[in-house]
Write a new protein. Sequence first.
Length: 133
Amino acid sequence: MSDRKIRVLVAKPGLDGHDRGAKVIARALRDAGMEVIYTGLRQTPEMIAAAALQEDVDAVGISILSGAHNTLCPRIVDLMKANGMDDTLILVGGIVPQEDIAKLKDNGISEVFLPGTSTEDIVTFINANVRSN
């Protein structure tokens, strides 16, 4: 196994302008020894997929509070698959109604983390799933 740090892209798609949670997650991942690339606010799915490919990441964390998860997340998954990034974890965090989670996972999202999830649980999930790929 390589000593390479796990690389995670943290992105805020769409018009959502609230990024405090994304920054908290980015810092927690960094503090856990991961390399974190934060794209900033108002990213398009195309921008996120291109950055994930360019940065050769192991995981993409999508922070979404706007309610556009059923539109934006499948588009990001499709673009990443088109770029040959089938084995990259795609995680969603934020406000996602319980009834939408199964559909997101069926469409390629690896996991959905709702408000109140501990950063330790997110770190553990990433470590376990990147190491197993």
